[in-house]
Design a binder for this molecule. Sequence first.
Ligand code: SAJ
Length: 437
Amino acid sequence: MKDKLISDLKEKKARIAVLGLGYVGLPLAVVFAEAGFDVIGIDPDVAKIDSLNKGISYIPDVPTEDVAKLVKSGKIKATTDFSVIKDVEAVSICVPTPLKKTGDPDMSYIDTATSDLAKYMHEGMVVVLESTTYPGTTREFILPMLTEKSGLTVGEDLFLSFSPERVDPGREDWTTINTPKVLGGITEACTEVACAWYSGAIETVVPVSSTEAAEMSKLLENTFRMINIGLVNELAIMCDRLDVDVWEVIDAAATKPFGFMKFTPGPGLGGHCIPIDPLYLSWKLKSVNYNARFIELASEINTQMPRYVTSKVQDALNSNRKAINGSKVLVLGAAYKPDVNDLRESPALDVIALLAEKGADVSYHDPYCPSLKSLDGVMMESVADMFSAVEKADCVVIITDHSEYEYGAVLEKAQLIVDTRNALGKAGRNNPKVFGL
Ligand code: SAJ
């Protein structure tokens, strides 16, 4: 069984299904199809399916001309119908793993996808979970769902692995095809089959000994970032207390050619990966009575940064003998990081809410986010004329340093600025109307 499946995968005869056609699944489907596999994309979102079957991409990183060519040649089809699984040999699960309001992992997407998949499982299949999740998910959660009803035996007629997604939306240098791909199976045979599959489409495959090792490696990657961002955020607070320029300190440390990696402080931690993935790990550790103190502390520091930024706005206004209550405050940049239109977990939303709570008349500008729903549920529009808003504001707070902003003009026109990203550079830091972190 295994040898036949490996040979079909190597000869691209095996038919592929990708469950979940978002920023991870669609690029993966295209990479498999361009490698010569017949791919069927499955997603419950009819709009996505209709768009793909018309040859139109809805993911900026995936050019429509690539999708059109593959749909036209029949290498990619899309459907909402899971029953096609009975005619495929290989399945990648690429569904979201967010957090619940309680801060616990929300496994509902994995649960739904896997229970739909389980209905059509048959012998001779390889399944790879790509969604970022806690160590143990593949073995404890996915495996029973795929074997109990089907009667399949893992490592013999079902081959199950985990392979963390490493898609960084918008990045052009490291993409799905050239970013090394870690793969770990429930059994050695599972790892072997998954590697035979993925190495037919992705340049570098990195086998590890188990699904837990693969799951844990992803969490290390993103926990490493979250904790180091927490470190430099606390460094900013320390430098403020000691009246030392944190940006100068970090730039100086970054001249060390080894043993140091530069991170920069900011208004908090946004995005759908970094603030969330480490909490999957700390949640899992609680179930074995271990408190992941580094993660908890870094998360605490990162989540209090919006409050710290708000206090800086208060200090700036105070220097002009103004109360925050009733002052016009303009938030510049709302997306979670520069040059993207993604507002998920953006600290700008927290800063806007905190400023409004203190009575400020808050507005925002963001060229990528024309409108947003504040944490209080209020719909806000990006101001039309940014420079006019800068001039009228009692204080401007730079939250996200989009590349296209003309920071020299902002510095000239603003009455007061809180610069949380060192967007204004040294000129700003030496200007009495500019306040940093
Ligand atoms: N941030 C800082 N200081 C830093 C770096 C980031 O405050 O030094 C903030 C950002 O402003 C943002 C948040 O942290 O609000 C997350 O930023 P990020 O650069 O980590 O960007 P993400 O969330 O898009 O992270 C993704 C991750 N990719 C995957 O999970 C596949 C991450 O592993 C990548 O390292 C990162 O992209 C990247 O390098 O761009």
